[in-house]
Design a protein around this ligand. Structure first.
Ligand SMILES: [Zn+2]
Length: 94
């Protein structure tokens, strides 16, 4: 059964387990007996073990742990003229 979060205005957050079909919108606070309303939070997306989750984790990790480059990329050679139109050869070059 999933765990749902509830918040009491006086005591703070608490968790409770309910079947998905019968989760209440509020419950009695265990500490003070007041009303604790259900709150919605982000699901634990990073807790998965699928390939997509591994990709998301690796992408997020690049922000703090970038890949180390040990050599400069190989020098690109000029691909040659792109156009074979002789009029293009007369255009100014940078
Ligand atoms: Zn309370």
């Amino acid at each position: 059964m999933p765990t749902y979060a509830f918040r009491c205005a006086d005591c703070g957050d608490t968790d409770a387990v309910f079947p998905m079909a019968s989760v209440p919108a509020w419950l009695d606070c265990r500490a003070c007996g007041g009303t604790a309303r259900r709150i919605f939070s982000a699901p634990y997306l990073g807790a998965g073990s699928s390939t997509a989750m591994k990709l998301l984790d690796a992408t997020k990790r690049t922000a703090s742990e970038p890949a180390v480059v040990e050599a400069l990329p190989s020098r690109r050679t000029s691909p040659g003229p792109v156009s074979h139109n002789p009029l293009h050869a007369e255009l100014p070059r940078p």
